[in-house]
Design a protein around this ligand. Structure first.
Ligand code: DGL
Length: 261
């Protein structure tokens, strides 16, 4: 890892959809991406496990010299963001489903949210909807199995297609005109989701907003720049199989470091 990169973590390779937006906006920065694939999926794990795991990872990233942290996982944010903020002293950007922007965009008044079971059952998500979307109808659709299928079988696999058929249908039936991609894995299948919805349905992903927020925090902390556009990817799972999945999703061969926080 290069000195003082921006650290990013997710349960797996969903956070690469966020990294894409970060690199586009901040090409001069160095990034350290950690995929906790040994514990994928986060979406079915108990909140207390995710809180402890999130704090452990964040503290280890601080020890590795990170200058800022992006929690590129809606599930980890829902369970652990507050505990992580209390435990470490770094600028932190935490992702949450884009319910707030969706409220400004919907015309039908019906918003669909695709996310993990853990995210949708969290207190944080209920607060988000209660604060911003009380006057709208929010269809919260859990997608168990989807993140794993995207990684294990691939975005174009029959397994993913079957899951999307069942998860997207209720949103189409309810006439949702804005659909929030509330898990960082789902932008990998955005085209397939859009195909199952009426033309003109807006799909919302928060990558660019996260990149803008990160830039603001770096600027405010006088931490912007100093890198050379380097990327290190590490995983708690077997590097060879993670490398294969990265190549399929990211379209590039990368060396994966094995790292246990
Ligand atoms: N990518 C993660 C998210 O944004 C979760 C996927 C999972 O591990 O269940 O919620």
């Amino acid at each position: 890892m290069t000195p003082n990169p921006i650290a990013i973590f997710d349960s797996g390779l969903g956070g690469l959809t966020v990294l894409r937006a970060l690199q586009a906006r901040l090409p001069q920065e160095d990034f350290f991406y950690f995929a906790d694939t040994r514990f994928l999926p986060y979406g079915d794990r108990p909140e207390v496990f995710l809180r402890e795991r999130g704090v452990l990872i964040a503290e280890a990233l601080v020890r590795r010299g990170a200058k800022a942290l992006v929690i590129a996982c809606n599930t980890a944010t829902a369970a652990a963001a507050e505990a992580i903020r209390a435990a470490i002293d770094l600028p932190i950007v935490a992702l949450e489903p884009g319910v707030k922007p969706a409220v400004g965009l919907t015309r039908s008044g019906v918003i669909g949210v695709l996310a993990t079971t853990r995210t949708l059952s969290s207190e944080r998500f209920h607060r988000l909807v209660g604060t911003h979307a009380q006057t709208r109808r929010v269809i919260a659709q859990p997608c168990p199995g989807l993140a794993e299928a995207i990684e294990a079988a691939g975005p174009d696999s029959p397994q993913v297609a079957a899951l999307l058929d069942s998860f997207v249908a209720p949103l189409a039936a309810a006439a949702a005109d804005v659909v929030v991609l509330g898990c960082t894995h789902y932008p990998w299948v955005a085209v397939a989701i859009a195909r199952r919805l009426p033309a003109g349905t807006i799909l919302l992903d928060t990558g660019e907003a996260v990149a803008r927020q990160l830039e603001r925090l770096l600027l405010a902390g006088n931490l912007l720049g100093g890198g050379e556009g380097r990327l290190t990817v590490a995983s708690s799972g077997a590097p060879a199989s993670v490398a294969t999945t990265v190549e399929r999703l990211w379209g590039r061969k990368l060396t994966i470091e094995h790292w246990e926080p």
